[in-house]
Design a protein around this ligand. Structure first.
Ligand code: SAM
Length: 214
């Protein structure tokens, strides 16, 4: 059998071309519409598509997002939650980004399905009820990932979905050059296995962990 080398970039270009005309917001236009040049980096289009697919399986009533920034991921989560009569609660520490995110939610028709909490997520989550969310998406400061892990699992209902962005940061640099964030993510990735979850890490974007609380 002839071995055909698999070109990942080619694959991504092909996939983007196939999905280019779907009606979901695309990252490039979404950013352009905000008129901003500096903000916490949003998830990629391919991750947004994956999240939409997974949320359609879960049919969530309550979604928790940690780290909103300009709200690209928030919008995608809310578009699906809204379909099932659900809402997204998103926690953001940077008050200066909130007005721009609200304008984006108005433009995308999801403002009625999103509650924004301004504050430090590690404090806010402590006040949240156990097993009160169907989906939790962690995308805040990387050093918080291991610190908040226990609470992220606690607030998730059994069978709920835990999504985490940037979990392949530790492969970007060799271990002797790891930043504090890389070390924190490596710790998070290993600690997650101590919980009663089924999980994997997909090499999309800069790594995406998908876990189901058992
Ligand atoms: C990577 S960006 C989020 C991108 C967003 N999820 C998206 O895809 O559009 C990370 C955001 O987390 C926020 N953040 C950082 N530390 C936080 C904390 N302790 N509590 C809440 N938000 C935090 C930052 O201000 C930043 O806006």
């Amino acid at each position: 059998m002839t071995e055909v080398p698999f070109d990942c970039q080619n694959a991504w270009d092909y996939i983007e071309e196939i999905y280019k005309d779907t009606d979901r917001p695309k990252l490039e236009e979404y950013i352009k519409a905000t008129g901003l040049v500096s903000f916490g980096p949003p998830i990629e289009d391919e991750m947004a598509r994956l999240f939409s697919l997974l949320l359609n399986l879960v049919r969530p009533k309550r979604v928790l997002e940690i780290g909103m920034s300009i709200g690209f991921s928030t919008t995608h989560l809310a578009l699906v939650a809204k379909r099932f009569g659900g809402t997204v609660t998103t926690i953001e520490i940077d008050e200066s980004i909130v007005a721009d995110a609200r304008r984006a939610f108005e433009r995308e028709g999801v403002s009625g399905s999103i509650e924004i909490i301004i504050g430090d997520a590690k404090d806010v989550i402590c006040e949240m009820d156990s097993e009160s969310f169907d989906v939790v998406f962690q995308d805040s400061t990387k050093t918080l990932y291991p610190v908040m892990l226990e609470d992220c699992i606690r607030v998730l209902r059994p069978g709920g979905l835990f999504l985490v962005d940037d979990t392949l940061f530790p492969i970007i640099r060799p271990p002797n050059e790891w930043t504090e964030g890389d070390r924190a993510i490596d710790k998070f990735n290993r600690n997650l296995l101590d919980y009663y979850v089924e999980s994997t890490i997909l090499p999309i974007g800069e790594g995406c962990t998908i876990a189901v609380k058992l």
